[in-house]
Design a binder for this molecule. Sequence first.
Ligand code: KG4
Ligand code: ZN
Length: 334
Amino acid sequence: MKDTYILGIESSCDETSVSIVKNGTEEIATVISSQIDIHKDFGGVVPEIASREHVKNVTMVLEECMEKANMKIEDVDAIALTYGPGLIGSLLIGLETAKTLSFVYNKPLIPVHHIAGHIYANSLVKKLEFPLLAVVVSGGHTELIEMEKHYSFKKLGGTLDDAIGECYDKVARVIGLEYPGGPKIDKMATIGKKTYNLPVPLKDDSYNFSFSGLKSAVINLAHNEKQRGEEIRNEDLAASFQSVAVEAIITKVKKAIIDKNIKNVIVAGGVAANNGLRNAMSELSKELNFDLSIPPMKYCTDNATMIAAAGYYAYLDGRRADMTLNSKSQDELK
Ligand code: KG4
Ligand code: ZN
């Protein structure tokens, strides 16, 4: 069978990235330009600055990727892009770039949901086996998704308020860590002890999550300690928070796996880089005897490799967009 090359473009937040992936599984070349250093002075991503940086970077990133792949745009079969969800101004830069390439080179335009990208980061590591449960944990999403076949997504549950990554970043801010705080909390948690008592959120019978109560509990705790003139032990707070946050995820994942007798589980999204979660998922896979896939660190955070990989399966599924395609800051994964 003829090989299929998909060019992917990702610009939903603060990474401008272009990648070429062969047959949905083999990375040919990827270039990522991250804006973290620009946004960290502001304690988070500033949407207006992010869009301007994407405008500045996208052409260079595209050219560098083509050079790295030693390919021309004529050689690719389709152009895939993140159409949403994300920051609207940022998304639009990737959208316009993809539309222009699609129009000028007469290539199909494939719209990819950002979370489908995170899920398909796993197909760069191993062949996906169905039915599977995707545990999506990122800065904007916390969802359990069941897939019976390629490019078919059924949401079992999700967060009722904050996403887990967002909660990590806010807790990090409370203890004075720079954006993005998630990886820093993860590191501190390995040094600290679980000495602070924090509530495990949403212990109910659903597949949903809630992180705003946990976030408030950490903020209140820090505030109360300060008022009493006590120093917060940051490492211990990180360890206590991480243990509760991971337990909240694992409890619902376990319930879904048992209820639905699931044999294949993948973890997806920026928080899939979390060591506490990776260890807990791997323990759970031994306990419940399921096959587990967690992408390596480089595919966990935002990149266009995962968009090109998902784009391949969207292409096989017949998904196409025309020049009326627009970016969406929010959209359900379908
Ligand atoms: O998937 P992603 O790039 O964002 C969305 O698509 O929404 O994930 C970014 C999020 C940030 O909130 C970041 O703090 C978090 O993932 N993150 C982590 C870790 N690495 C990244 N959170 C906890 N532990 C980590 N090791
Ligand atoms: Zn992401």
